[in-house]
Design a protein around this ligand. Structure first.
Ligand code: ZN
Length: 504
C-alpha cells in the first residue's frame, strides 16, 4: 500500500490589507524527503501520517507541503503555483509505482483572488490528475469554511477536534488509519454536510468550555455509533467575507447516506439551538488593565483579541501598550509587536543601550498608531525557538531577528515588549522563554491571540481575560464590513429562522 502525502495550508482574513504571495509560502515549503525530515516526530498532521504508516505498515510517498502565517487574500500566482507543485509531486509518485491513496493536509479557510474556495480549487486539480476513485483523505483545520463541493471532492474530511489545535497529529494518525480501512478493509465512506448560517465568535470556539465542550462530546457519541467513520464540526473562520463562511458539520458513514445525514442534522440542531452562546462578550481595555494591576498575584493573561496574527492581523497593534503605559503598569510583557524596523534600530544601537523610536502601528489604521517610546534594548536574538507544546511540540519556529525592549514611561511604568521581524502568534511559552522572558514571573502578560494561547498559558495564568481591543480579529461583527457573506446569518440577522434541511 503506497500513499502520497502533501499539503497546502492558509487561513485567509479577507479583512487584511496584506496579500499572501507565493514567496510567503516558499520560505518554509518542503518537497519530497524534506517533508519527512521536517515533520517526522512532530505533533503535526504530517507527523501523524508518518507514524500511522509505520504502525499500519504502508509506505508514504512525500510530495509537496507548504504553509504560511494567516494574512490577506492569496494571490492567483500563489494558488496556481502551489497547486502545480503538489500535482507535479503526485504525478511523480504515480510514475514511481502504483498509488493507493492520498493524505492531504489542507486548512479549509484559504481564499484566493482567483477562487474564494481555494481548497476546492486544489482538490479539483488533484481529482483531474488521479481520477474520481482514488481515496483522498483531507485533514482540515476546525476553522475551515467548508462547501459541499469540497466534501464531494474528498473521500473523507477529518477536521481537528480541538481549539487550541492540540490534536493535529492525532487527526493525521486517524486519517492514516481510515486510509487503511478504505484500501484494505473495503470501507465505503459516504458523507453528509450541514452548513449552519452561524457566524461563531472565535473566542467561543474554544473546545474546553461551553458551548463547544458539549458539541465535542455529542460528536464523540455519534462517532462511537456503529457505521459512523468520522464526525467533524467546523465553527469556521469568521473573518472571511465570502459566501461560504458559516458553521459546518460533516458526518461520514460507512456507505449509509441516511445515517450520516440524520446524525449531521442532530448535531446541527444542537448548535443552532445554542447560537446565542457563540457571541463573545469581552472586557473593556481600562477595566481589564485595572483589574490585572490590582490582582494579588500574577500573571494575569490579557488577550488582545483585536490583533491576533493567527487570524491574519498585523500583530503591530499598540493599543494595549499605550493603555499599560498610561495606567503605570510594571512587570508587564507584550507578546509580540511585529516591527522589523524597530528590531533593526535595536540591533544598530546594541544590547544595553537606550533608544527612542516609533513602535508598531505601521501596517494599517485599525490597530492603533505608531507609539513614540523610550526603551532599553534588553536582548537581541535570531528569533528561533522550538515549541515545547502542547501545540506543535518539537516544531521549529522562526520569528526572524528579534529584540526584547523595556519600554519606560515617565510615570514609572515598565513594559517589556518582544519585537519580531515576522508575525507570530504567542501560543507557546518557549516563544518568550527563548528570548529570556519568563512569563510566570510577570504580573501582566498580553498575548496577541484569540484562543491558541490558552493551551500553554492556562497552566501558569492566575486569570485569563479577553479584552475588547479594536482590530480585524475582534468578533464584534457589526463593526466589520461584510459584503459577500451569504445572508441571513446569525448574529447579524438576529431574528432569522432556520432548521437543517432548509438550506443555509
Ligand atoms: Zn485554526
Amino acid at each position: 500500500m503506497r500513499i502520497a502525502i502533501g499539503g497546502i495550508l492558509h487561513e485567509t482574513s479577507t479583512f487584511s490589507n496584506v496579500s499572501t504571495t507565493l514567496a510567503d509560502f516558499m520560505r518554509t515549503a518542503s518537497e519530497g524527503q524534506e517533508i519527512i525530515h521536517n515533520y517526522a516526530g512532530t505533533k503535526s498532521a504530517v507527523g501523524g501520517y508518518i507514524d500511522a504508516a509505520r504502525d499500519f505498515q504502508f509506505e508514504v510517498v512525500p510530495t509537496f507541503h507548504a504553509e504560511t502565517a494567516p494574512s490577506g487574500l492569496v494571490t492567483g500566482e500563489a494558488l496556481i503555483g502551489l497547486t502545480g507543485q503538489l500535482i507535479q509531486g503526485i504525478k511523480a509518485a504515480r510514475q514511481s509505482g502504483p498509488l493507493d491513496g492520498i493524505l492531504l493536509d489542507l486548512h479549509g479557510a484559504m481564499v484566493s483572488e482567483i477562487d474564494y474556495d481555494a481548497e476546492s480549487y486544489i482538490l479539483r486539480a488533484v481529482r483531474k490528475a488521479v481520477g474520481p476513485d482514488l481515496p483522498i483523505i483531507v485533514e482540515l483545520d476546525l476553522h475551515g469554511n467548508i462547501t459541499p463541493e469540497m466534501v464531494s471532492l474528498a473521500t473523507v474530511c477529518v477536521a481537528y477536534d480541538e481549539y487550541p489545535h492540540v490534536d493535529m497529529y492525532e487527526r493525521g494518525y486517524e486519517s492514516g488509519l481510515l486510509m487503511t480501512r478504505i484500501v484494505r478493509g473495503g470501507v465505503k465512506p459516504t458523507a453528509a454536510i450541514v452548513n449552519i448560517p452561524l457566524l461563531a465568535g472565535i473566542q467561543r470556539e474554544f473546545t474546553y468550555a461551553e458551548p463547544m465542550l458539549t458539541v465535542k462530546h455529542l460528536a464523540r457519541d455519534i462517532e462511537n455509533e456503529r457505521g459512523i467513520l468520522n464526525v467533524s464540526y467546523l465553527p469556521g473562520f469568521c473573518f472571511s467575507d465570502i459566501p461560504q463562511t458559516n458553521f459546518a458539520v460533516i458526518v461520514t458513514s460507512d456507505n449509509n447516506q441516511a445515517q450520516a445525514q440524520a446524525a449531521a442534522n442532530r448535531l446541527a440542531n444542537y448548535i443552532w439551538d445554542h447560537r446565542q452562546d457563540f457571541v463573545v462578550r469581552p472586557w473593556t481595555i481600562d477595566a481589564a488593565i485595572e483589574h490585572a494591576m490590582q490582582a494579588p498575584e500574577g500573571p494575569i493573561v490579557l488577550a488582545d483579541i483585536g490583533d491576533n496574527p493567527g487570524a491574519g492581523t498585523p500583530a503591530d497593534g499598540t493599543i494595549m501598550l499605550e493603555a499599560l503605559l498610561r495606567h503605570g503598569a510594571t512587570r508587564a510583557v507584550i507578546a509580540p509587536i511585529n516591527d522589523p524596523q524597530a528590531v533593526q534600530l535595536a540591533i544598530q544601537a546594541g544590547e544595553g543601550s537606550t533608544i527612542t523610536l516609533d513602535l508598531g502601528g505601521k501596517t494599517d489604521r485599525f490597530h492603533g498608531d505608531p507609539l513614540r517610546v523610550t526603551a532599553r534594548v534588553i536582548r537581541l536574538t535570531n528569533g528561533e525557538f522550538v515549541h515545547t507544546g502542547p501545540m506543535g511540540t518539537g516544531v521549529l519556529s522562526k520569528m526572524g531577528p528579534s529584540a526584547v525592549l523595556e519600554v519606560q514611561g515617565d510615570n514609572g511604568s515598565r513594559v517589556t515588549v518582544l519585537t519580531s521581524t515576522y508575525r507570530h502568534q504567542p501560543l507557546d511559552l518557549a516563544m518568550l522563554q527563548s528570548q529570556g522572558i519568563e512569563p510566570s514571573e510577570q504580573q501582566i502578560v498580553v498575548v496577541k491571540s484569540s484562543v491558541h494561547y490558552r493551551a500553554a498559558f492556562t497552566p501558569i495564568a492566575k486569570e485569563i481575560i479577553e479584552v475588547d481591543t479594536p482590530g480585524i480579529s475582534n468578533p464584534a461583527f457589526d463593526r466589520l464590513e461584510f459584503n459577500n457573506l451569504k445572508r441571513p446569518i446569525y448574529p447579524l440577522d438576529p431574528s432569522m429562522v432556520w432548521a437543517p434541511g432548509q438550506g443555509s
